[in-house]
Design a binder for this molecule. Sequence first.
Ligand SMILES: [Zn+2]
Length: 195
Amino acid sequence: MGLLKWRQVGNLNSFKYICGYCGNPVASNVGYVRGYHPDGSGSDMCHIYICHHCFGPSYFDESWKQTPGPRPGEEVSGINDSGVQSLYNEARDSYSKNAFTATVLCCRKLLMHIAVSKGDSPGKQFIEYVEYLANKNYIPPDAKDWVDHIRTKGNEANHEIVIMSEEEAKDLLAFISMLLKLIYEFPNKMRAIKP
Ligand SMILES: [Zn+2]
């Protein structure tokens, strides 16, 4: 408990959750409790648990709703481009706050960023970048149905403002996670084995 460096934390019943800051699965037994009575005594109402990986505090209300919630989409390691990393985080954070249009916009910007870093030119429509990545074999053959799916979903012109649904945001986020793993995580793991 001392290593957490939080003052006056208490021992709580152990509770499992996915940390919304670092994404690790946690079983924490340290934090704070809000009690029923004015002096904080009585039955437990709400809790704050401290993550023992990143030391971030997560708040759980009376129905155990978690704030900040876990980020949707998968953690991707080995991203060596800080712009790509922060846009990906932003896409996941937007999704966790039900901001689906923002998620889609971040994912499209990411696709442009990735395609340009692989030799395409800036200033095109996002669907052209998806096609570029498919033509250059960055998208595996069995995942090419995704390209058609994303093409039909994202047919509107660049200047139109279209509110995106949860489904569209979820699909695009899953596609981006796969792409980032293939382009950053797996090559990076192999470099660590065969430098
Ligand atoms: Zn954490």
